[in-house]
Design a protein around this ligand. Structure first.
Ligand code: HCA
Ligand code: CU
Length: 371
């Protein structure tokens, strides 16, 4: 059992060029709740009035999912989150040596006190608290332990290990999470950026080593290269670990499309699960096998994740696909007509055929009238 926190409305809105309206956020939040995520991180209230409006509106929906506000470790930020009536707050401040000296001009002891005071204040006002020592993986481990203990002493419910710049490796984040848990007894959350394409692998390694909650965004949105993608994450959890928290995986395409529409960020055709090619087969051998048994070339059946299997028609197309198309459309061709159709398909050096084009050619061959 692992929980999912979706941060499309907070981290995702930090994607360069992406903003969501309050209405769009409400719609996406409602879809995420229906899909079955456990937490919705819905914004950082100190950023703008519309983010505060969205947080308040989402928190007022009575969703099954918890609503979390992102916040600096400042009383004024926490007050804004309280005004939005959220259940959870995610406080963050880094203890990276360089940041302490050059950015905050504070020592570790002072930051521990700031965290302790901020967590105490949030807890005294009834909030559940996650504390993140931002850029956790590149911070001194002993500093992370010290500040985590300060947060936990003040009542923090969770500590998040954030790979803020995507610098982690599965073989490093795993032991880090395990050791942090052993040293502090904390419930660990994990937040992995995808700068080196390792966000999913790092998230899974963290989970294997005891993390109880994984952050993700629809379409892998987020600062720079984004964070762990919700579709990849939930399907990997199901395929590899048999974890299925009642997620409506068949909603993944509509969630992706809605976020694509609202964010204006196009999903790549080769994106896992939700990309237009994710369940398309091309080479003759692949198609012939997938027609008999889709699992020969699919890690999860297209239908499980709300997708339709598609077969590309181009020079790679083999006889089995042509036969199946002819059968399905009750077109009967003799062997030499089929050979001719195959030759036509194979003769196109560049580009694909539409199904209509192949059907029209096949019907023409059958009747002697060409398109
Ligand atoms: C940020 C950085 C953050 C914070 C994560 C957290 C990160 O945008 O402020 O507060 O849990 O990657 O460290 O997203
Ligand atoms: Cu982040």
């Amino acid at each position: 059992m692992v929980e999912i926190l979706d941060s499309t409305l907070r981290e995702g809105e930090q994607t360069p060029g992406v903003t969501f309206s309050v209405d769009e956020k409400l719609r996406i939040a409602s879809m995420l709740d229906d899909f079955g995520v456990d937490h919705i991180e819905a914004g950082h209230p100190a950023v703008s009035p519309d983010i505060r409006r969205a947080l308040k509106a989402i928190a007022g929906q009575g969703f099954r999912a918890n609503v979390l506000a992102h916040s600096r470790a400042l009383i004024s930020d926490i007050d804004m989150a309280l005004d939005c009536d959220v259940e959870w707050i995610g406080l963050f401040i880094s203890v990276l040596d360089g940041r302490l000296k050059e950015h905050f001009r504070k020592d570790l002891r002072q930051v521990c006190d700031i965290v302790h005071d901020a967590v105490s204040y949030a807890k005294a006002h009834g909030l559940k608290v996650r504390y993140t020592p931002e850029d956790t993986l590149r911070s001194n481990f002993e500093s992370v332990v010290a500040v985590s203990k300060a947060a936990l002493d003040a009542g923090a419910d969770r500590i998040s290990v954030a790979d803020t710049v995507g610098a982690a490796l599965p073989s490093k984040i795993g032991p880090f999470v395990k050791d942090l848990k052993a040293r502090t007894g904390a419930e660990i959350n994990v937040h992995c950026h995808n700068d080196l394409g390792l966000a999913l692998a790092n998230s899974l390694a963290a989970m294997e080593n005891g993390a109880v909650c994984i952050d993700s965004c629809v379409n892998g949105l987020g600062e720079r290269a984004g964070i762990t993608d919700l579709a990849e994450l939930t399907v990997a959890l199901k395929v590899h670990y048999g974890i299925d928290n009642g997620w409506k995986l068949e909603m993944l395409p509509e969630l992706s499309e809605e976020v694509e529409r609202c964010s204006g960020m196009k999903v790549a055709s080769n994106a896992p699960i939700v990309g237009s090619n994710a369940f398309s087969h091309n080479a003759g051998l692949h198609v012939s096998a997938a027609l008999k048994r889709p699992s020969f070339y699919e890690v999860v059946p297209a239908e499980t994740v709300g997708r339709k299997r598609r077969f590309e028609l181009d020079k790679f197309t083999g006889r089995d696909l042509v036969d199946s198309i002819l059968d399905q459309n009750t077109i009967s061709l003799n062997t030499s007509q089929k050979d001719h159709l195959m030759d036509l398909i194979k003769s196109r050096e560049k580009g694909s055929f539409s199904l209509d084009e192949v059907l029209c050619t096949a019907r023409g061959l059958g009747s002697g009238n060409f398109c």
